[in-house]
Design a protein around this ligand. Structure first.
Ligand code: URP
Ligand code: ZN
Ligand code: ZN
Length: 462
């Protein structure tokens, strides 16, 4: 008789387009049946999901694990970061593999494979961040786009990483011609340097001046420039970590004109604000990230764009540093490593403040945190949905579970969370990756290093 390895019974299945009660039969890591009632004698194990939400695992398409940055390394590696992700209901990530200036893109993949292989516990892909455009990279790009790495990143800022506008344009064109997608960090490099010079000359060294040095217009200008360059070529573009309504409007307007422009925001821009930089005793450094946190009126504008379709995904930009690392910039905000943690709490925060807060429906929550990221980055329908033949990457979500988020109950390798004391109702209680129960009630249960490198396909414009 045919037997399933696992039966998830009686849960309320929520996908980006549906919400219904059914059983799910899983075999060899894949969903093999979704029916009203699957007989218990057909299965080896049963997980009773009565009264709970059953949703596709979260997909976080913007992480920085074990990344050299600002003279140090982000503190979560592929083991600690992906375990925290799994406990928080995320079953796949795409990490940014940043090309060292003296390495080719293929060598960069080798370096990131080395970091991830045998350590990651959930499936992972890489966006290649191109920092040097030369003949070798030009030759590598089209081949990589066609061979499992269909998305690249271009930084418009950061010394040693940024590319110039003409180079961005060339990469947009290569991506367009080879079914790829370019992700862009959009801020105006020269205006930031101009402001930093002035601020430091006036002795303004505290964390708040990080935000003053890179105001909203600085991001809006670069977003507009990147989007217009893409429009000139009719190339797809994905703007990462959109922090404010002005930048988001540029994306929305481009989309209204029919261009293939997409945008992502992150929990920090929806839930925190520029006021956080004023926390005493250098605690403002916790929030030093780029782009910086904005005036709080932007939060409502971003939620509106998420609901109405101007923005398509929510990722974390998880890039944690211990406070001791942040202290590198105690006397000069420009030396504070940029980045903050968030990989574990994303799903609970967006569910609580988005769905319970009345900004988005449960289906849109699934779409923004899982299905759209899977589609945009070439993983759908293997990932990002609950359907027959999809990977059994499934999260059981208890909408009644109340949790106060704290560094004491998170598992990220860092000594603070920007969301300390945030109260949420609704939390992931079990996470299945390819049919295996890998996390339950705050504990990682799976094997070590079980994550697989995802070779991805053609991006779907959303
Ligand atoms: O401050 C940030 N966002 N750090 C990570 C690198 C990046 O810009 O995404
Ligand atoms: Zn960035
Ligand atoms: Zn980032």
């Amino acid at each position: 008789m045919f037997t399933y390895d696992l039966l998830i019974k009686n849960g309320k299945i929520v996908t980006s387009g549906d919400c219904y009660i059914a059983d799910i039969g899983i075999k060899n890591g894949k969903i093999k049946d979704i029916s009203d009632e699957i007989a218990l004698d057909k299965t080896k194990k049963v997980f009773d999901a009565s009264g709970k939400i059953v949703m596709p695992g979260g997909i976080d398409v913007h992480t920085h694990l074990d990344m050299p940055f600002g003279g140090t390394y982000s503190s979560d590696n592929f083991e600690t970061g992906t375990k925290a992700a799994a406990i928080g209901g995320t079953t796949s990530i795409i990490d940014y593999a940043v090309q060292p200036k003296d390495k080719t893109l293929n060598e960069t993949i080798d370096i990131w494979n080395e970091k991830a292989k045998g350590k990651a516990v959930i499936d992972y892909g890489f966006h290649l961040a191109v920092t040097k455009l030369n003949d070798t990279t030009r030759e590598e790009l089209p081949k990589l786009l066609k061979n499992g790495f269909p998305s690249f990143k271009v930084f418009m800022v950061y010394d040693g990483m940024r590319l110039r506008d003409g180079e961005l344009m060339e990469i947009l064109k290569i991506a367009k011609d080879n079914d790829g997608l370019v992700c862009v960090h959009a801020e105006n490099y020269d205006s930031i340097n101009y402001r930093i010079e002035g601020l430091l000359a006036e002795g303004k060294t505290e964390p708040i001046y990080h935000a003053v040095s890179r105001p909203q217009k600085c991001e809006a200008e670069a977003t507009n420039r990147a989007v217009k360059l893409a429009e000139m070529l009719d190339a797809p573009i994905y703007i990462v970590h959109v922090s404010n309504g002005e930048a988001s409007d540029i994306i929305t307007n481009s989309r209204k004109q029919g261009f293939k422009t997409m945008g992502e925001t992150c929990p920090q821009y929806l839930l925190l604000s520029i006021d956080n930089y004023r926390e005493e005793d250098f605690n403002g450094a916790k929030y030093v990230m780029s782009p910086p946190l904005r005036e709080s009126f932007n939060q409502e504008l971003l939620w509106d764009d998420l609901r109405l379709g101007g923005l398509q995904s929510i990722a974390t930009d998880h890039c944690p540093f211990f406070m001791d690392q942040k202290r590198m910039g105690e006397n000069d905000f420009t030396k504070i490593p940029n980045g903050a943690p968030g990989i574990e709490a994303r799903m609970a925060l967006i569910h609580h403040f988005g769905v319970n807060g009345g900004h988005i429906s449960m289906e849109r929550f699934v779409e923004l945190t899982s299905s759209n990221p899977a589609k945009i980055f070439g993983m759908y329908p293997q990932k990002g949905t609950i359907a027959v033949n999809s990977d059994a990457d499934i999260v059981i979500f208890d909408t009644d579970k109340e949790v106060t988020i704290s560094i004491d109950n998170l598992h990220e390798e860092v000594d603070y969370t920007p969301y300390e004391g945030f109260k949420v109702k609704g939390y992931p209680i079990a996470t299945f990756s390819r049919g295996e129960l890998i996390a339950e009630n705050g504990e990682y249960l799976g094997d070590e290093g079980r994550g697989l490198l995802l070779k991805r396909g053609k991006p779907e414009i959303q």
